[in-house]
Design a protein around this ligand. Sequence first.
Ligand code: HEC
Length: 128
Amino acid sequence: MKRTIGFLGISLAVVFFLALAFRPMTASGSGKYLEGNPELPDSVAKVIQKACLDCHGEDGNGMAKSHVNFGKWNTYDAKKQAGKAVDISKELSKAAMPPGKWRKNNPDNIPTQAEVDLIKNWAKALNK
Ligand code: HEC
């Protein structure tokens, strides 16, 4: 009997730790994590997450959020998402976003040319 209880305890502990290890990191809607969002391809979400969310996420900057708020992306209808995607790809192409000061402070997170192209293609596909 004792052994069964011990075994049960261990099993429960294992299940508990597994659950912790695999809990979803994508608190969708929080605006902090975009990967795993069904309305954004993961490759796109990754770029936005590293380079845009500081200002365009729920905890971001009011001015930035008034243009694009990725924490509310899923509440935008398809037409609005497509339009915003074009704005986003334009800003990236001009290297106007992320802003210069942010680039200086976050040199490792500046989107690469390949990432800019990826966003441009995504925007194009949404507007077909
Ligand atoms: C340091 C904060 C910051 C970061 C990081 C940032 N933005 Fe912005 N963004 C702003 C602010 C502030 C505005 C509003 C500027 C204004 O109204 O003049 C803005 C405006 C915009 C606009 C609207 C521009 C327009 O004039 O129509 C787009 C689109 C945009 N950002 C996309 C992005 C994308 C995409 C990224 C990431 C690659 C990004 N931003 C990263 C602060 C930021």
